[in-house]
Ligand binder design. Structure first.
Ligand code: ADP
Ligand code: 3PG
Ligand code: MG
Length: 388
């Protein structure tokens, strides 16, 4: 894939950069800053070239209005620490008069972070008017939000049609790594899929399962597959609207799909939970992790793999009592000698929590984005960056 790279961009006074600073927050605190760190090289490069940088991102899924808990304020503070400079912050609507005034005040090397793009309802509608308002904040546009390139939104898609657009360093690195994984020929190719954004992920599994020899399923996604197979899952998080899709996949790729054989079940997430055979989950219980037998079975398959792609935690890993399955998979992926790629904000955080983030081939900052990229489609956020 031939992207218009940052290295070929002209030297400009003002660069507008879309990053994916959608980090997990807990009581207003950043739980994992992997995505913020990943955004730094592009910002540093532009500053070193004498540009002022206007940074923009979404955070969570506000419904098109301002939600105080989803302001990017905490991210601006962390950016200030990491860049050792006072990163300005324009709170509220991203293209407000106040934000415009802040942009006018910028000097070479300054960095301004706009607030959550999704505070404006036009962002997720891919609205050209909103994109045009944003476009006034830069002489060039740099797309570095790999985690959001699968979204056709104003800041990832509409904007690249109206101003000179370049791939940021993160997008470039991500595309190279995923290209290598996708076009490799080493087998077995093992997919490990979990997490909670089921509706987003289930469709792409069809394309990936065609290439992979083994597909290991867990997390809330696994609950959906178990329910589709007729296993009672009690009050577990699952997507009942996707059962037919899950059944179709298991029928079509018979023998390739592995579902948990045992799980950790609990009545309340504040309880410690207990391992049970997958058929023995109580009506009033939830599945919150894969069990020890499943961990061992999945581990063996991963250790024998020559290519691995992992997206989505295998359980509710934010709670230590339910993190063991996810951590075991993280360690197995780190030990695997093949080419390993881990994608997803939460999966990357789990890898860091297991202390093995530096022992995999590539850690993608994109979850849904990396999955959809591996389908082989040109994604909306990449389309406008292709060299023709
Ligand atoms: P990623 O960010 O890696 O793409 P997702 O966002 O799809 O992953 O999913 C991560 C979330 O899934 C985590 O918050 C985790 O707690 C949740 N999750 C995983 N398994 C379960 C489960 N069995 N029950 C409830 N939540 C789960
Ligand atoms: C992610 O966390 O996967 C990206 O930031 C995209 O977020 P979204 O699924 O809310 O569009
Ligand atoms: Mg996530």
């Amino acid at each position: 894939m031939n992207l218009r790279s940052l290295g070929t961009a002209p030297k400009v006074g003002l660069a507008l950069v879309r990053s994916d600073l959608n980090v997990p927050l807990e009581d207003g605190k950043i739980r994992d800053d992997t995505r913020i760190r990943a955004s730094l090289p592009t910002v540093e490069t532009l500053r070193a070239r004498g540009a002022a940088v206007v940074l923009m991102s979404h955070l969570g899924r506000p419904k098109g209005n301002i939600e105080d808990g989803l302001s990017l304020g905490p991210v601006a503070q962390r950016l200030s620490q990491l860049l050792s400079t006072d990163v300005r912050f324009a709170q509220g609507l991203p293209t407000s008069a106040a934000a415009q005034a802040e942009v006018k005040r910028l000097a070479p090397g300054d960095v301004l972070l706009l607030d959550n793009l999704r505070f404006d309802p036009r962002e997720t509608k891919d609205d050209p008017g909103f994109a045009a308002e944003l476009a006034r904040f830069g002489d060039i546009f740099v797309e570095d939000a790999f985690g959001a390139v699968h979204r056709a939104h104003a800041s990832t898609h509409a904007i690249s049609a109206i101003m000179p657009s370049y791939a940021g360093l993160l997008v470039e690195r991500e595309v190279q790594a995923l290209d290598r994984l996708m076009h490799g020929s080493e087998q077995p190719f093992v997919l490990i899929l979990g997490g909670a954004k089921i509706a987003d992920k289930i469709g792409v599994i069809e394309h990936l399962a065609q290439q992979a020899q083994e597909v290991l399923i867990g997390g809330a996604l696994g609950n959906t597959f178990l329910e589709a197979r007729g296993v009672p899952i009690g009050r577990s998080l699952a997507e009942s609207g996707e059962l037919d899709v899950a059944r179709g996949l298991m029928r079509r790729f018979q023998g390739r799909f592995h579902l948990p054989i045992d799980v950790v079940a609990t009545r309340a997430i504040t309880d410690p939970g207990h391992p049970v055979n997958v058929e023995e989950v109580g009506e009033d219980e939830m599945i919150v992790d894969i069990g020890p037998a499943t961990q061992a079975a999945y581990r063996d398959i991963v250790l024998g793999a020559r290519r691995v792609f992992w997206n989505g935690p295998l359980g509710l890993y934010e709670r230590a009592a339910f993190a063991e399955g996810t951590l075991a998979i993280a360690r197995a992926v780190a030990q695997c000698e093949g080419y390993t790629v881990v994608g997803g904000g939460d999966s990357a955080a789990a890898l860091a929590a297991a202390g093995v983030a530096d022992r995999v081939g590539h850690v993608s900052t994109g979850g849904g984005a990396s999955l959809e990229f591996l389908e082989g489609r040109v994604l909306p956020g990449i389309e406008g960056l292709l060299e023709n």
